[in-house]
Write a protein that binds this ligand. Structure first.
Ligand code: ZN
Length: 137
């Protein structure tokens, strides 16, 4: 009431919302691709396989540590340790899922059959469909 009824209830101060949003993007998708170095688009089955093996080893180490040591913790600490383990393991398994996902985009190697084989194995191990996702994604 202090403003004497002259205050506006319009949070955009009279401007239409489309006037506030840039209509033309500042760059195109091709501009973005040109800005990325070309070596980033080269597929390497060795480098890609390294990430699969790396993540599998990390997942196994988390599994081993959790199943070896958490059962011996006193109850209050175990109740805290299991969720921490679940979070860490889920992060690593999500990384493996992402690698399988990229196989569906033919980003794992130069060979489609390798991509499909690795993607199918990773997604099946994580109980997610590979080929139905690949064709519908
Ligand atoms: Zn995708």
């Amino acid at each position: 009431m202090g403003a004497g009824g002259q205050m506006s209830n319009d949070p955009f101060d009279g401007k239409k919302i489309l006037e506030r949003v840039p209509v033309d993007p500042p760059f195109s998708l091709s501009d973005l691709k040109k800005a990325i170095p070309t070596h980033c688009f080269k597929r390497s089955v060795i480098r890609s396989s390294y990430y699969v093996v790396h993540d599998l080893i990390v997942a196994y180490v988390f599994y081993f540590l959790a199943n070896t040591y958490i059962p011996f913790l006193p109850a209050p600490l175990a109740y805290l340790a299991w969720p921490v383990y679940w979070f860490c393991q889920a992060s690593v398994l999500t990384a493996l899922w992402v690698i399988g996902h990229e196989c569906g985009h033919h980003a794992f190697s130069e060979y489609q059959w390798i991509d499909d084989t690795v993607g199918f194995i990773l997604h099946s191990a994580l109980m997610t469909p590979y080929f139905s996702w690949k064709y519908s994604h």
